[in-house]
Ligand binder design. Sequence first.
Ligand SMILES: [Ca+2]
Ligand SMILES: [Ca+2]
Length: 286
Amino acid sequence: MKFSPLWLFILLFLLLPSVFSHPQLEITVYTNKSLYGRGEKVEIYGEVMLDGVPLENIMVALEVRDPLANSIITRTVETNSSGVCTLSFSLDSECLLGTYTVHVSCSHDGENASNSSSFDVEHIPSLILIVKTSNETYKPGETIVIFGNVTYDNSPVQGILVAVEVQDPEGTPIVIRVLETGQQGNYELTLQLTSESKRGEYSVHASANHEGKQTMASTTFQLEIELITDINGDGVVNIVDLYMAAQAWGTSPGDPKWNPKCDLDGNGVINIIDLYLVARDFGKKI
Ligand SMILES: [Ca+2]
Ligand SMILES: [Ca+2]
């Protein structure tokens, strides 16, 4: 087949724009969500491309305007190796409701590009769960009170189910309970730990659901276990403690050798039971 001049012309016509046209600089901007509540964190992403190829190290001017067009953020951010720049900020807890706009612009080799995007801020009622303990530290046998309340849109909510889980210092759940909130949105749970329980930091995790929202809260408390058989208080139960108990052997209050620290069962006399308790804990450390 003969290659006609017409085909050559068409081929040139198709190729010319890409050979002689200016490379096209483009910038786009978007946010991680289109709707936010007051106080929420907004993440903004800008993307710079030159003929569809991401451009690195480009300075992007970024501005956020509130619904009254007042500038609330102006910042310059640089694009990374993917041509993306990011900026995040938290909305004020009293910020205006309405539509906010994000403007971005950049330049490269004499070319300018700009774009904008918008997001809305609405009043979104928040579900807030609080969990506390009556004390920070407890001893075995002491009553531990775990309590808190649930509010929705700043009002207490009755009849909400709150799941409470208590984990020991190794992270093993020791109590899992579902409680219902009372009139003031309150809930309460009591528990006791024994001297056999692990000493250290316990964590309390609470969670609740309401109106399609989920909320979680946590706190911690310490369980301190005294090693009463460490008579001299050096942190270990050893031969010294056994010796001290033996020294006070057979004594009771008033005797010259009476040592109340050795009366471990508190029966007013140092006898085989006290010695047995030291022997039982022999080698234990705090
Ligand atoms: Ca000791
Ligand atoms: Ca005793």
